[in-house]
Design a protein around this ligand. Structure first.
Ligand code: UGA
Length: 456
């Protein structure tokens, strides 16, 4: 089976390489010549663990090729996947479909035989059907099918999510589309992955509903964390106790500074716009969006309070800038709200992130970047941990205390064990956990959760 993947961004490149790993013949297309040249030389445009090896292996096997020519890619393809960006349209929250339609026009102009066109990009409900009309208009001579095959890839574990998904969703209109998508995902039959065939609109909505629900789950636990702080309860134990109920589940109940990234913020807004267009209220999602935005700003207060009411003239060492670990992606990261606000309040901000600093340097003027955590902690009045990179979990706290001017930690991801940190002589603030006063050791330490455990 041969497929074309239009767009070599995050989703296109990962999906293309994974389909090739399944044994399909994959041609990836991108208009950006420089990007194609870079990928071909082994330099990945995004940081995703394992992606460079996957691409290299499948290129060497001759199953994965790259081109800037849509004509070359789509001719002879059994299916053409559209995996271009659908950013938030400036000003109104709608998903911007201009790249999807540009890709569709390109496909229509270049196809020579009946083909299945599949949207992998996250597109609002109704887009598949309007693409169907578009192709009928443009190419009445060819039978072009349209299907929806949303992706559920998490940055940082995208390859594993593709290879071992919880489910695959395929919105199809014809038997041919069903057969082709069934064939593309056949290797997943071996691991008994549920493959759900639905109509176009249903598949499109499953994608948005999933992201909105996960965003809701996170926001729910974040608000409960605030209550925990008031009543002396421990949010990690609460989340564990709730999550052990099989109807709720333990994943995505990790309280933090608010969700970010290229998906949840954009998709929740786009879902609200779709609901509005169809005269339906999604009040829960609406509230989630507002609560999450406010939360990022509230984190600034938390840091200022932890510093005794003012950060003016203080040096703050920020550990982690990306919206989550194992990515270089800074989009909608809580750090983009927190860091400028601290600077506005008069703090001098020094920062370190294992992968995000190149991007962060463009977005966070005035920040001094260091080459490691210890470097930025030297002489700092507070450590603020925003992203839970694994390398921060193993910090030598004794060394950290010696380096800092004031031994103070604000842990926005509950990475550290409160008791241990306090015993090491730090003032410690975390999310939704009771304060541990030095000398009081009756509070049981909350279990430390790794990012892998959280998402596994
Ligand atoms: C998300 C979904 O998890 C994927 O299934 C989906 O395919 C993808 O969006 C998409 O639509 O393309 P991603 O944005 O890569 O993936 O990252 P997540 O791991 O979902 O994290 C999103 C945000 O929520 C991060 O800021 C993270 O720190 C935060 N989060 C996550 C929490 O604060 N607590 C949690 O328990 C889990």
């Amino acid at each position: 089976m041969r497929i074309a993947m239009i767009g070599t961004g995050y989703v296109g490149l990962v999906s293309g390489a994974c389909f090739a790993e399944f044994g399909l013949e994959v041609v990836c297309v991108d208009k950006d010549e420089e990007k194609i040249r870079r990928i071909e030389s082994g330099d990945m445009p995004i940081y995703e663990p394992g992606l460079d090896q996957l691409v290299a292996r499948n290129r060497a096997a001759g199953r994965l090729t790259f081109t800037t020519s849509t004509a070359e890619a789509v001719n002879g393809a059994d299916a053409v996947f559209i995996a271009v960006g659908t950013p938030t349209r400036r000003g109104d929250g709608h998903a911007d479909l201009r790249y999807v339609y540009a890709a569709a026009a390109d496909i229509a102009a270049n196809l020579r035989a009946p083909t299945l066109v599949v949207t992998k990009s996250t597109v609002p409900v109704g887009t598949g059907r309007s693409l169907l009309r578009f192709f009928r208009q443009q190419r009445p001579d060819l039978e072009i099918d349209v299907a929806s095959n949303p992706e559920f890839l998490r940055e940082g574990s995208a390859i594993d999510d593709f290879m071992r998904p919880d489910r695959v969703v395929c919105g199809v209109e014809t038997e041919r589309a069903r057969e082709l998508l069934g064939a593309a995902y056949r290797p997943l039959n071996l691991i008994e992955t549920p493959i759900l065939f639905t109509g176009l609109e249903t598949a499109e909505l499953i994608k948005y509903a999933t992201n909105a629900f996960l965003a809701t789950k996170i926001t729910f636990i974040n608000e409960l964390a605030d209550l925990c702080e008031r009543v002396g309860a421990d949010i990690q134990q609460v989340a564990k106790g709730m999550g052990l109920d099989g109807r709720i589940g333990r994943k995505f109940l990790h309280a933090g500074p608010g969700y970010g990234g290229s998906c949840f913020p954009k998709d929740t807004l786009a879902l609200l716009r779709t609901a509005e267009q169809h005269d339906t209220q999604l009040r829960i999602v609406d509230t989630v969006v507002q609560v999450n935005e406010a939360r990022k700003r509230r984190m600034v207060r938390k840091i200022v309070d932890a510093c005794g009411g003012s950060v003016a003239g203080r040096t703050i060492a920020v550990l982690g800038l990306t919206f989550k670990p194992n990515t270089d992606d800074m989009r909608e990261s809580p750090s983009l709200v927190i860091v400028p606000a601290l600077q506005h309040e008069g703090a001098r901000v020094r920062a370190y992130d294992p992968k995000g600093m190149r991007e962060a340097a463009k977005l966070l003027p005035g920040v001094e970047f260091g080459s490691g955590p210890y470097e930025i902690l030297e002489g700092a009045d507070a450590m603020v941990l925003i992203t839970e990179w694994n390398e921060f979990r193993g910090l030598d706290l004794r060394r950290v205390r010696q380096l800092m001017r004031e031994p103070r930690i604000v842990d926005l991801r509950n990475v550290f064990d409160p008791l241990r940190v306090v015993r090491e002589g730090f003032a410690y603030t975390s999310i939704g956990r009771p304060a541990v006063a030095p000398g009081i050791e009756t509070v049981l330490p909350a279990p430390e959760t790794t990012a892998e455990e959280r998402d596994a």
